[in-house]
Design a binder for this molecule. Structure first.
Ligand code: THU
Length: 159
């Protein structure tokens, strides 16, 4: 038997401590919560994704009466970016959420499917995607998608 640990490094910043660029992205993610269509969960999520050439694509969660037909904010933003700027690597994504008219105090963590989707771009472009998880109590900064999804299935074993 062998025991090991996976450590996920992250930093927590007060909003004012973030760089102007990161603050801009967080502000956009927060603003995008207003465009969420979430009559079922009443949980509004916004995402903003900056690409290497400076373009920013934004998204919010879009729900459906047939629940699995809905989509998270992160993938809405990412798929829009990938469809409109297919050759440009994403570099940073910011995510924010509110419910009951209040932004969450703690971070909103992207679901597994969103991590897996964004990991595809990280792998494809060999370019880390920084993740900014906003909460009123602090913004968590993770240096890559792979850090958020260790023991990754990235297709490298496929024939
Ligand atoms: N949701 C997101 O959009 N992103 C996340 O990171 C977590 C969950 C959405 C999916 C669903 O519309 C609602 O939040 C509740 O799960």
């Amino acid at each position: 038997m062998r025991e090991a640990q996976i450590i996920v490094p992250y930093q927590v910043f007060d909003y004012e401590e973030l760089s102007a660029e990161d603050r801009e992205l967080v502000d956009m993610a927060k603003a995008m919560t207003a465009t969420s269509y979430s009559p079922y969960s009443h949980f509004q999520v916004g995402a903003a994704l900056r690409l290497a050439d400076g373009q920013i694509f934004k998204g919010s969660n879009q729900e459906n009466a047939a629940f699995p037909s809905g989509l998270c904010a992160e993938r809405t933003a990412f798929f829009a970016a990938s469809a409109n700027a297919p050759e440009v690597p994403p570099v940073t994504i910011a995510i924010a959420a509110q419910t009951g008219g209040q932004f969450l105090e703690n971070l909103v963590a992207p679901c597994g499917a969103c991590r897996q989707s964004l990991l595809e771009a990280e792998t494809r472009f060999k370019q880390d995607i920084r993740v900014l998880l906003y909460g009123t109590g602090g913004t968590y900064v993770i240096r890559s998608m792979r850090d958020l999804l260790p023991l990754t299935f990235d297709g490298s074993e496929l024939p």
